[in-house]
Every structure is written in C-alpha cells, then in structure tokens.
Design a protein around this ligand. Structure first.
Ligand SMILES: *[C@@H]1O[C@H](CO)[C@@H](O)[C@H](O)[C@H]1NC(C)=O
Ligand SMILES: *[C@@H]1O[C@H](CO)[C@@H](O)[C@H](O)[C@H]1NC(C)=O
Ligand SMILES: *[C@@H]1O[C@H](CO)[C@@H](O)[C@H](O)[C@H]1NC(C)=O
Ligand SMILES: *[C@@H]1O[C@H](CO)[C@@H](O)[C@H](O)[C@H]1NC(C)=O
Ligand SMILES: *[C@@H]1O[C@H](CO)[C@@H](O)[C@H](O)[C@H]1NC(C)=O
Ligand SMILES: *[C@@H]1O[C@H](CO)[C@@H](O)[C@H](O)[C@H]1NC(C)=O
Length: 583
C-alpha cells in the first residue's frame, strides 16, 4: 500500500501523463485515452446490429474503428501501398499503429496485418505518421514518428524484411532508433516534432528530410531539416527548410517538385530549370492545410515561396472542406504525383462509437501545377472511372432561374457526376464587395436559398424525394474590380433533418474566367461523402453528410439554378458507381 504522500505523488504524475497525452493528441484532442478506450471497445462490439447508411462504397475505409492520416503511400514492384493511422481497438483516436493495405489499381484494396506497431522503446507509446522513400537498389524505407516512454516524439526507421515480397508484409525496425530525437542541444520541443516527409537527395548526394515543428516561443511553424549520407545517421541542419510566423504547429509537412512545363509528376529528388516546388503543411491549430508554390535551392537548402503565394492559413488549400494530414507520392509507373488525404467525420464521437468507425480516405487525386504556375490542379485518379456503371446524360439545356431539375436513372447515393455550365449575360453579375475576404463566410451567408443574379446554380446531391434534405454544391458569379469572381460553395445547412451533426458550409474562390471559359463541376457522391472538384480541379471541397431521408434508394440528384439569370447546361453526365473492394 502506498503511503498517502506517495499516493499524492502518484496521482500528480498520473495527472501529468494525462496532460501530456492531451497535448500529444495528434489531430484530435482526446482526454484520458486509456480508460475511455475500454468503454469504447465495449460499445464497438455492441454496434454490429446498427444500420450503416453512411459507410462508403468506393472511398477507402477499413471494416471498423478509427483511422486518420494516410502514411507512407508508395508504389513497389507494381503494387500500390497505403498505410494509415489506425486504432485497432475503438472508433476513437488511441493505440495508434500503422495499418496496411495494397492495391494494383488504387481502387480495390486488400488489407494486410499491421505493418508498424509499438515494439521498441522508441515507439512504445505509439507509431505516428511518416513517409516512405525508395532508396537506391530499389529498397523502400519508412521514416515515422514514435512516441517513447517519456512521451517524447522521435523519428524512427523501418525497412522491409523481405524485398522479394511485393506486398512488403513484414517490417523490421532499425536497431539505431531513434534516428532523430529532441535533445537539450537541439532545443526541439519533444511535443512538437513529428511526421517526417519522403526524403530526397541533394546535389551533394546526401539525403534530406523535413519534420513538422513549432518554435517554442511565438507561433512560428517550422519544417526542420535533417541530412544524412546513409539514411541512418542524421544531422540537423542549422536552419529549417522553411518557417512561417503565426501559423502554429506544422503537422504532416509534404515537400515535392512539380513541373512548370508539363502536367506530369516528378520524382521527389528532381530539381532544376522548369521545376517549381510545393510545400504543404497541416495546421494543428486550425485543423486545415495550406500550401505554397515556390523555389527550392538545394545548395542553400532553403525554400522560398513565390511572390503572391500566401504563406499563412489564408493561403491556398488542397481542399476547402474536410481534408487533413494529406501526403503525396510519385507513381513512377504512370508519372503521376498522387495525393491522399484523410476525411474525418462530422458526427459526434458517441455516434462514431455507435456506428463503430470513424474516418475515411479521400479518392486519390492526381496533382500537377496549373499553367498559371500559381496553384495546383487536382483530379480524381482515372482508375476510379473503372467503377462507372450506367451513364445518364442530360442533353444541352437552358436552366431558367428558380429551376430544380431531377437527373434520374442513377444511384444517387453512389455516383460520379460531371456538369459543364455556360453562363451568359455576365453583365448582370452582382458587384463583388472587396471586403468579402472570406469565401467560406460568404458561402455561409449566401447559401443555396439566397437568390442572386448569376447563381446560385449547380447540383443538389444527396437529396430526399421532397427536397426536405439536400446538399447544394454551386457557383455564384460576381463582377470584381477588373475581372469576374467565381465563388464555389458546398452548403450542408439542409443536408440532414437531424441537427446533431456538424453542417458547416464551405467555400472557395475559383480561378476561372467565365467570360472565356466554361464552368465545370464534378462531384463524387458516396453515401456520406460529397467530394467536389470545381473548374477542372482548381478548387476542391469535400463534405460529410448524414441525411435521415436521403439514404440509399431514397436519394435523388438534381441540377438547379436559384439565380434570376438563366444558365446553360452544355453537358451533364452522371454515372452510377459500382462498389469497390475498399478493404
Ligand atoms: C520472401 O518473399 C518471397 C515472395 O513472396 C517468398 O517466395 C520467399 O519465401 C520469402 N522469403 C522469406 C525468407 O520469407
Ligand atoms: C512544448 O510544446 C508544448 C505543446 O505546444 C507546449 O505546451 C510547451 O510549453 C512547450 N515547451 C516549452 C519548454 O516551451
Ligand atoms: C542557390 O544559392 C546559391 C548560393 O546563394 C547560389 O549561388 C545559386 O545560384 C542558387 N541556385 C539557384 C538555382 O538559384
Ligand atoms: C474533424 O471534424 C470536426 C467537426 O466536423 C472538426 O471540428 C475538426 O477540426 C475536424 N478536423 C480534424 C483534423 O480533426
Ligand atoms: C431557392 O431560393 C428560394 C428563395 O430563397 C428558397 O426558398 C429555395 O429553398 C431555394 N432553393 C434551393 C434549392 O435552395
Ligand atoms: C441524429 O443524430 C444523433 C447524433 O448524431 C443520433 O444519435 C440520432 O440517432 C440521429 N437521429 C436520427 C433520426 O438519425
């Protein structure tokens, strides 16, 4: 029996451990994980009889439990690998390991045993996010963040046990782990040091990798740089690759080259003329990501965003809805750079426990530099079109203001829809107020039910028969100072009669000139997912919805125009989607 004094001492240290685990809660705050997990585990087991109208049919998710960040995506011997943060015990964050699935087409996935799980002192309290690098001799290597017994974040290495196994089922951890750790010397905060990127080689032949970090005083987010000759002994560089004031902790940095000439992907070590670089960071404070386009000097090891590329949380995002902790990889088979991102739930934790799962991965997107050189363009990987079943085509049609036109003959809860609008009478556009600096706010104020002149027009997806429920993905066009301004919105305010879920409306500006270009919208609908690509992928918005009436066969699809001006639908194609083997 402990004496009261030592009991107090024990209590105090328990409180400290809890406080640390709150701080460490990667992506989500979770208090007192240990006892909750058991309660959740019990509930997970009870949940097998619950109806599952919100599970996906072609977006990646495991049969149950919590998932978050995509990890170490790569192509090896013709097989695509996806690892992801996974709680094997419950539908809430905790007990984090690397789950593993493989695919030959990025659409159908086969689960394998977990690849990386706590087994060494350097990761005994969790195996957090990281990335894969293919080393010379065609040898994959994974760098990941481990949580050590002191709850410090350190960086570890794991390599395949058997390189002849294209599925890379077994991974062996380096006996030298941790390879990078916070010390009194390097003054790295042990609670803010995580998520190593795919490494690249510089002109001196040394490997480089960056790790997400925050400087202790102030809110400066940083990408700490390490170099190595042998991938095992790493030395911290004097200065970070890049940092930005007032951005807070940078999670899941991603750093890669893009071609300024052709819309193809580049291997991560490529640099030179006609190569730009992209740095993406996930902001722990804001829970969204931004990226800049810039130049990387591999001699000085500094990255400088281009003039005009906004280096703060008001900068460009891959996705203006739910999309976090994303990561790219270079697909050497098809010369594409492919982006994976985690989409979390909008439901309550209690509901997640009831349904037994939480989190999915977005459809992988091919990304490349737009011809303007100022932003990226993203498009669902072509392979997803293998799932196209029957196609419904709406002929060219003028859609008058106030019209809601049903597109029937498609499984509207599981569909891929693409529509091309032509807008005439642009002179009737309302004037854009220059004080409107927040497109998301603008979309919330001017939702689908606020009539305008040119817009709102777009799609009503996941709609119930009597339109009691729908998610509206739409555009509005305004007259700006010297150009037209196109706003793209995803309005979830009427997505469900159930008011207990998060129904935040999302918005983005879309860099399309409606005077010279047609306006396209593609939406991937998958039961609880509405993943939209505006202007051929220049702006993307992903939303989660949990309708009560608009489930399965009770789901409808419409094209609508709630502006006063007519718009023309040049083409509209909607495909029923087959089910993929998502795990
Ligand atoms: C390595 O993998 C190959 C291919 O799956 C298999 O044939 C071989 O037996 C494996 N070797 C060992 C030592 O497990
Ligand atoms: C380290 O980071 C954590 C989390 O941001 C913060 O609470 C703590 O104060 C930092 N430690 C120091 C010594 O600044
Ligand atoms: C990189 O920086 C070095 C040193 O400042 C400079 O000499 C070199 O020209 C730079 N390289 C490029 C491609 O700008
Ligand atoms: C997940 O969803 C909730 C509510 O919909 C949101 O507040 C949270 O910040 C989201 N993102 C992450 C990365 O946890
Ligand atoms: C169109 O606007 C009217 C008037 O504000 C509103 O009642 C109706 O719900 C809107 N339609 C859609 C599809 O939001
Ligand atoms: C509404 O949502 C709450 C919480 O998300 C859930 O418990 C309840 O079952 C839902 N009701 C219906 C009718 O779906």
């Amino acid at each position: 029996m402990a004496k009261p004094s030592s009991l107090l001492h024990l209590l105090a240290s328990v409180v400290t451990v809890l406080a640390i685990s709150v701080l460490l809660g990667h992506g989500v705050l979770h208090v007192g994980a240990s006892h909750r997990v058991y309660r959740n585990l019990r509930k997970t087991v009870e949940s097998t009889s619950v109806k599952q109208p919100y599970r996906t049919s072609y977006h990646f998710q495991p049969p149950k439990n919590w998932i978050n960040d995509p990890n170490g995506p790569m192509l090896y011997k013709g097989i695509y690998h996806l690892f992801y943060q996974y709680n094997p015990k419950a539908a809430v964050w905790g007990n984090i390991i690397w789950a593993h699935s493989t695919s030959t087409d990025l659409v159908n996935w086969t689960p394998h045993v977990p690849a990386i799980f706590p087994s060494q002192e350097s990761d005994i309290n969790g195996c957090w996010s990281g990335s894969a690098t293919i080393l010379p001799g065609y040898k994959p290597a994974i760098l990941y963040t481990g949580i050590n017994p002191q709850n410090q974040q350190v960086q570890n290495l794991a390599v395949p046990k058997n390189l002849s196994d294209p599925y890379l089922i077994e991974w062996v951890k380096s006996p030298h782990n941790p390879l990078m750790a916070p010390t009194a010397m390097n003054q790295i905060n042990a609670s803010s040091f995580r998520d190593p990127t795919t490494a690249w080689v510089g002109p001196d032949g040394r490997w480089r990798v960056i790790i997400g970090n925050k400087r202790d005083r102030g809110r400066k987010g940083r990408a700490i740089l390490y170099r190595s000759k042998d991938f095992v002994r790493w030395t911290k560089a004097q200065h970070p690759l890049h940092s930005a004031k007032n951005t807070g902790m940078w999670e899941c940095p991603d750093f890669f080259p893009v071609s300024a000439q052709v819309p193809l992907g580049l291997d991560t070590s490529i640099n030179g003329p006609n190569v730009k670089h992209v740095l993406k960071v996930s902001l722990d404070d804001k829970k969204h990501e931004y990226y800049t386009v810039g130049t990387y000097n591999s001699t000085t090891d500094r990255y400088v965003p281009d003039k005009g590329s906004v280096d703060s949380d008001s900068g460009l995002r891959y996705d203006y809805g739910k999309f976090y902790a994303s990561k790219t990889f270079f697909d050497s088979k098809t010369n594409r750079r492919i982006l994976w991102g985690w989409i979390n739930e909008s439901s309550s934790e209690d509901d997640d426990i009831k349904k037994g799962w939480s989190g999915i991965q977005a459809i992988p997107r091919t990304i490349w530099l737009d011809k303007s050189g100022k932003q990226l363009v993203q498009w669902p990987i072509l392979e997803i079109e293998k799932l196209h079943n029957s196609q419904v085509v709406l002929p060219n049609k003028l859609i008058k203001g106030g019209t809601v036109l049903e597109v029937s003959g498609v499984t509207a809860a599981q569909a891929d829809v693409e529509v091309l609008f032509e807008v005439k009478g642009l002179e009737k556009a309302e004037v854009f107020d220059p004080t409107w600096t927040n497109p998301q706010m603008l979309c919330s104020q001017k939702g689908a039910s606020v009539k305008g002149s040119l817009g709102p027009f777009g799609l009503l997806v996941m709609a119930s028969k009597g339109l009691e429920e729908y998610t509206a993905v739409f555009f509005r066009i305004f007259k700006g100072q010297n150009k037209y301004v196109v706003l793209m919105c995803s309005d979830q305010s009427r997505s469900s009669l159930n008011n207990s879920n998060d129904k935040t409306t999302y918005g983005a500006l879309l860099d399309v000139d409606p005077l010279h270009e047609k306006l396209s919208l593609r939406t991937l609908i998958d039961h609880s997912i509405v993943e939209s690509f505006g202007g051929g992928g220049k702006s993307c918005i992903t939303a989660r919805v949990y309708p009560v009436l608009a489930v399965e066969d009770g789901t409808h699809l419409h094209v609508f125009n709630n502006g006063t001006q007519s718009v023309e639908v040049l083409t509209l194609s909607a495909w029923s989607m087959k089910k993929a083997k998502i795990n």
